[in-house]
Design a binder for this molecule. Sequence first.
Ligand code: IMP
Ligand code: MG
Length: 190
Amino acid sequence: MSLYLPDNVRVNHERFKLFITKEQIETRLQELGCQIDAEYAGKKPIFIGVLNGAFIFLADLMRYVSIPCEVDFFKLSSYGDEKVSSGKVTERKDLDAQIEGRHVIIVEDIVDTGLSMSYILNLMKHKNPASVKIVTLLHKPGAMRFDVTLDYIGFEIPTLFVLGYGLDYAQEGRNLAQIYVLDADGGNGE
Ligand code: IMP
Ligand code: MG
């Protein structure tokens, strides 16, 4: 079986169409990896992936980074099973690593309103890291409601619901190897 690369897909009775291809993702990850290599030369950053959505992006991004680095995970949940944010953030798993004095790079799949990111940033800063930067694969500038600086952005996208490449809709669709957008013309139902 090769990578799962359909042009259109139905997830939880809704149609999604291809939005960002595997090639576009790879090219962008290569650029981000180079930038991180250059900006963290001589340091050993720790990537902190925000579960569940960031697991694929983090795994791929790390493989474009050649400086010494470490990884840990933090688990949050804010969306529930809907396509709009619940507006509440719950912490499900704290870090295992000690990040005091460390250069932290928070890795997120998507920043929508910015609520999750501002919550995580606040928690991280209390642990006294040497520095904290954020890398997000996707950003919806039109939905942003919190004042958070995003240091590295893969793609800026319109305020539309997307899935695939780690991002889910009611927990499904994370296994898609590319990014898909809700197809407004695709209709509902089977
Ligand atoms: P925020 O706290 O509003 O910025 O939302 C961030 C979280 O909501 C992300 O980490 C995702 O897990 C989820 N999310 C936001 N937009 C989307 C989307 O279009 N598709 C899937 N998940 C999303
Ligand atoms: Mg997420």
